[in-house]
Design a protein around this ligand. Structure first.
Ligand SMILES: C[S@@+](CC[C@H](N)C(=O)[O-])C[C@H]1O[C@@H](n2cnc3c(N)ncnc32)[C@H](O)[C@@H]1O
Length: 894
């Protein structure tokens, strides 16, 4: 009990202390016992109840009157002995303090202050803990020490003099203050709890929850810091923390010491730029997908053209359409390949057996003249990297360890090795896929960009002999519509029916690729290379088949759709002995007749744009050819007429001269005349001495050597005079002649002009002949391809052959042959070199090591006649060292 009394935490004990202390003061007791009117004196000594009730009454009285009576008690009221029940010993001589104390009511100042009623229960305990204990004075003193006087004066009314009232008021004010601060604190703690819970949930969901939790905590701590910075809340917090129990404060400080507040900055999650900015962000008009980023940057910097920011999309196309800048050539806008076709399309082609490299079939292997292959070496330095000037590159030889000193990493001339490496990668590395063109069957499309002259794909398949090829045509491919045959080398043929994807590459009159033969490790190999423009992803790959006619019936419409489309994959006139103009006219006529005939018979509509285009091209070609023929024949006629006139003129002059000379006499009179004439003519003679000499040379014999006896008796002077006269005439004639020659040379086609028709000069000159020839040769230029030479089989023999063997074949089967001539040349290949056309297969040895040359693919004509199939060899292989010339590659097809 003593211990409990000493405890400052109990309000009841505090009040008991007060009462006990008051009871110990005997004087005050006496005054109290005398005063209350309702006190009942004990009826006996054992009347404990009365005594207790009396005590209780006294205490309740004290309670009721509070400190005022207490002060009175203190002031000196003397309690009487009989009225001091506390001092009255009990039966055993001792007063039970416990019992009397048990009856002492406790006082809750909060209840007294009227604040406890509204206090939520959950806060009561805390408030109990926070209630101040001890004497009022002590409490007041303590309060005044701990809290600023100013604040207390605000909270507690100053006009309270009574210490009890003052204490009550102070406690009420403090309680209110605590409520306020503790509420704010609780709210913050609740927020912290919530956020922590959120953080915990996040941590359980993701593995990075720990970070998020820290982030959440940090956030809360940030929030708390922010609230602290607010003046009103900061004050409340300060008070709350200062009034926290020491134990909890110590614990808090311990925990703070143990877990130092992490001062990590909140990291913002990263966002993807392209999501905000779009697909083409940052692309300038000169952007080239084939270049690297840095190269594009340099390119952009170098071109300072200001962009039109009003109409920049799509990819400047709108601006281009509006402005139509004629100085710049733009390529059509195309969606990036991986946008419209993100996955390679697997098109299955019936009957296509894939081969990745050449395979010799039958006798071809034995016939292959390996030893006859030429060799080449380069002497490039590592810094050159076998670039444009590499001898092997120029000769279309691939570098390897035997012919190049550089390592594969240093050397830039190993296209087939590069291709091999690429083939091991994925579809995009390989870079090509089969596609459907709609009107030209299958085709090949690029799945990536290719640099100019970069190797794309090898044209490989079965290498067969001509006999084997012919055999296959008659038996195996008899009913096929397309043939994949290309004349190769050594009189061999590549049959890509089983072969690489290159067999699907279509023809175009404006191709973006070239088919070139290279020598790789002493073996020739054909491959498709990118053209000078390079290839952009999604482009269809094409090369120029350059169909050369072998049969007039072999005509196929070209659907390449380019501006310079020749219209047909068809025939050209055969090379015959007839002159070029006639040949051109005949060929054109035949073409037109055939085409019109075909069109009439065909199912396609007459008014299709392609047909109309072809018709117009054909008719204009015909007109031109006719004009050329007319010009040539007119020039020839004129030349003949001129020659005849000239001859007549000369003959008449000679005749007149002879007559004049014969009629001359030795009369004096005539002599005088002659002397006079001689005198006048001498200066002419002198002036034209040189001319005279010429005349002597050019003078017809009869003039120089007159008939014997005709000049007998004529002195030298008279002869001279005659000669002078003739000379003058000849001079005049020559002048007129030279004038005519000048005119004819400048205007070779003047044969049809009005001035020419007025010119009656009968002289025929070499110039006029030349002009006629030139007129014909101008037309010759329109024939872009020289006539091909068949490999070994003549058309007639094949036709007759096939006719005899397959007499029941379709009547509308056509014979077709394509000779691919590539006008462009690979990088580093020479532009002007001596060219040797070689017919058939085989490699021509280079005449000298430095001679440049181009290897060209030789075409082989596949013939499908009206009665069957056949093979027609065409063109030749242009070899390195032999010079430049058209590539000839043929692939027969129906
Ligand atoms: C070697 S194949 C090319 C692949 C062929 N497109 C296919 O589907 O197998 C040659 C044939 O393709 C067609 N071809 C190629 N280029 C063409 C073009 N520009 N116009 C019309 N047809 C073409 C012709 O039928 C020609 O006979």
């Amino acid at each position: 009990m003593a211990g409990r009394d000493a405890s400052p935490t109990s309000t009841s004990s505090t009040m008991s202390n007060i009462v006990v202390q008051a009871a110990k003061q005997g004087e005050s007791r006496s005054s109290i016992s005398a005063s209350p009117p309702h006190s009942t004196p004990p009826t006996s000594l054992g009347d404990e109840a009365s005594v207790r009730s009396d005590v209780a009454k006294t205490e309740s009285l004290l309670e009721t009157f509070g400190d005022s009576s207490a002060s009175q008690t203190h002031s000196g009221a003397q309690p009487t002995s009989q009225t001091t029940p506390a001092d009255t010993p009990n039966s055993d001589g001792r007063r039970s303090i416990r019992r009397s104390r048990a009856s002492v009511p406790t006082y809750n100042v909060q209840i007294l202050a009227g604040t406890a009623i509204h206090t939520p229960t959950k806060y009561l305990e805390k408030h109990h803990k926070n209630v101040l204990h001890g004497r009022i004075e002590h409490v007041i003193n303590t309060n005044s020490e701990t809290s600023p006087r100013k604040r207390r004066s605000k909270l507690v009314p100053e006009d309270i003099d009574d210490p009890v009232e003052l204490q009550l008021a102070t406690e009420a004010a403090q309680a209110a203050q605590r409520r306020k601060s503790s509420r704010a604190l609780d709210l913050r703690k609740e927020a912290l709890r919530n956020l922590t819970a959120v953080g915990e949930v996040a941590s359980s969901v993701a593995q990075k929850g720990q970070e998020l939790l820290l982030g959440g905590k940090n956030k809360v701590q940030h929030a708390l810091r922010a609230t602290r910075s607010e003046p009103s809340l900061a004050q409340s917090l300060a008070e709350a923390s200062s009034k926290r129990p020491r134990a909890s404060r110590a614990a808090a400080s311990d925990s703070e010491e143990e877990e130092p507040e992490p001062e990590q900055d909140y990291v913002k999650p990263k966002t993807k730029k392209w999501l905000q900015q779009g697909l083409y962000v940052g692309q300038h008009r000169d952007f080239d997908a084939r270049l690297s980023e840095s190269q594009n940057r340099i390119r952009k910097k170098s071109n300072k053209a200001t962009e039109n920011r009003v109409l920049p999309l799509p990819m400047f196309a709108g601006e281009r359409l509006l402005k139509g800048d004629p100085r710049r050539e733009y390529r059509n806008f195309k969606l990036p390949f991986d946008t419209y076709n993100p996955l390679p399309r697997k098109i299955k082609v019936d009957g296509w057996v894939k081969l990745h490299k050449n395979r010799f079939i039958g006798e071809a292997s034995a016939l292959w003249k390996r030893d006859k292959q030429d060799s080449s070496s380069c002497y490039c330095l590592p810094e050159d990297g076998c670039g444009e000037a590499c001898h092997n590159r120029i000769m279309a030889y691939e570098c390897d360890s035997t012919n190049c000193r550089l390592t594969p990493e240093q050397c830039g001339n190993r296209p087939f090795a590069q291709l091999k490496k690429r083939a091991k990668g994925n579809g995009y590395d390989y870079g090509v896929e089969v596609t459907e063109t709609g009107d030209r069957g299958y085709g090949v499309r690029a799945m990536r960009c290719f640099d100019p002259y970069q190797i794309i794909v090898e044209y490989a398949g079965e290498i067969i002999t001509q006999t084997e090829c012919e055999d296959r045509m008659k038996k195996v491919y008899k009913k096929d519509k397309c043939y994949y045959l290309m004349s190769f080398d050594n009189k061999m043929i590549i049959d890509a029916t089983r072969g690489t994807i290159a067999r699907f590459v279509n023809h175009s009159c404006e191709p973006n690729c070239e088919m070139i033969k290279w020598t790789v490790g002493n073996e020739p190999r054909m491959a498709l290379f990118a053209g000078s423009r390079g290839i952009v992803t999604g482009e269809e790959l094409t090369y120029d088949y350059n169909f050369d006619p072998f049969s007039s019936t072999n005509i196929q419409e070209c659907r390449c759709g380019t501006r310079s489309c020749r219209g047909v994959l068809g025939p050209k006139p055969k090379h015959q002995s007839q002159n070029l103009a006639t040949s051109l006219l005949a060929g054109t006529k035949r073409k037109i007749q055939e085409v019109f005939g075909t069109m009439k018979g065909s199912e396609s509509p007459h008014n299709s744009p392609k047909k109309r285009k072809f018709e117009s091209v054909a008719s204009s070609t015909l007109t031109k050819a006719q004009n050329a023929i007319a010009e040539a024949s007119a020039a020839r006629e004129k030349a003949e007429k001129d020659a005849a006139d000239l001859a007549a003129q000369i003959a008449s002059r000679e005749h007149r001269a002879l007559r004049r000379s014969a009629s001359m006499t030795l009369s004096s009179r005539r002599s005088k005349i002659l002397r006079k004439a001689t005198r006048h003519s001498l200066p002419v003679l002198k002036a034209s001495r040189k001319t005279t000499v010429n005349v002597k040379h050019r003078t017809p014999k009869p003039i120089v050597n007159p008939r014997s006896g005709a000049l007998r008796g004529v002195d030298k002077t008279s002869r001279l005079a005659k000669m002078v006269k003739r000379n003058a005439q000849a001079l005049k004639a020559r002048k007129s002649l030279s004038a005519r020659r000048t005119k004819v040379q400048r205007t070779p086609n003047r044969a049809h002009t009005a001035s020419d028709s007025e010119d009656s000069s009968p002289n025929i000159t070499p110039a006029s002949l030349r002009s006629a020839a030139r007129a014909a040769s101008t037309k010759k230029l329109t024939q872009s391809k020289l006539p091909f030479k068949p490999l070994g089989l003549s058309a007639d023999s094949i036709d007759s052959d096939t006719n005899s063997e397959a007499p029941d074949s379709d009547a509308d089967c056509v014979e077709e042959e394509m000779v691919a001539t590539s006008p462009k040349r690979g990088r580093g290949r020479p532009k002007a070199t001596a060219s040797i056309r070689k017919r058939g297969a085989g490699v021509k040895k280079s005449s000298s090591g430095s001679t440049r040359g181009t290897n060209r693919a030789l075409g082989v004509g596949v013939v499908k006649t009206g009665a069957g199939l056949g093979l027609r060899g065409t063109g030749g292989v242009r070899e390195g060292g032999s010079g430049s010339g058209p590539i000839r590659a043929t692939a027969g097809h129906e």
